[in-house]
Design a protein around this ligand. Structure first.
Ligand code: SF4
Ligand code: SF4
Length: 166
């Protein structure tokens, strides 16, 4: 379980995954936030109120995928780096994933980077298609990567600097 391993279980992930119908309609946030911690920037930053206002600062986010347009503002604002955006409609063969990234140097569009799983394992490669890093994101960049469909729900970090030598 998450508290022991630091990695969410399939059951925990299933609880936060938008419905198949919503995933099929385009970019949508996935909030992999499972613990009651005093934190709410996801809710206060969402311009579409897709993440409901917290009653208690320790609440777990409550998310309405029908209100979300996948803008990724919450991705940059989450201090836990726990939010991702997935777009399964990106292309027939690839899923677009928007990930938070706080390392330097930032990757650039066109770079091929290593795809890393929640557990920290290298699981393949990803192609960077866009890097958002406006001042309002306060140095948490949002990197858009295209990955094979099979990795869309698995990639949660990237290693920049070129493909793995492993
Ligand atoms: S991706 Fe945009 S619209 Fe969706 S929850 Fe995040 S901030 Fe709100
Ligand atoms: S900002 Fe991130 S870590 Fe904080 S409650 Fe929201 S999803 Fe969880």
């Amino acid at each position: 379980m998450l508290k022991k391993t630091g990695v969410a279980t399939p059951e925990e992930l299933a609880n936060v995954l938008p419905s198949e119908g919503r995933l099929n309609r385009g970019a949508v946030a996935v909030l992999e936030c499972f613990q009651n911690i005093p934190c709410n920037p996801c809710a206060t930053s969402c311009p579409r109120h897709a993440i409901q206002e917290f009653v208690d600062i320790n609440d777990i986010p409550s998310f309405d995928g029908d209100l979300c347009n996948g803008c990724a503002i919450c991705v940059a604002n989450c201090p836990g780096l726990a939010i991702f955006v997935i777009d399964e409609t990106y292309s027939p063969d690839e899923t677009l994933v928007k990930l938070p990234y706080e390392f330097t140097p930032l990757p650039a569009s066109g770079d091929v980077v290593v795809a890393v799983s929640r557990a920290g394992d290298e699981i393949g490669h990803a192609r960077v298609v866009r890097v958002q890093n406006p001042p309002v994101f306060d140095r948490t960049a949002v990197v858009h990567v295209a990955v094979p469909k099979a990795l869309g729900h698995e990639i949660r970090f990237i290693k920049a600097g070129g493909p793995s030598r492993a």
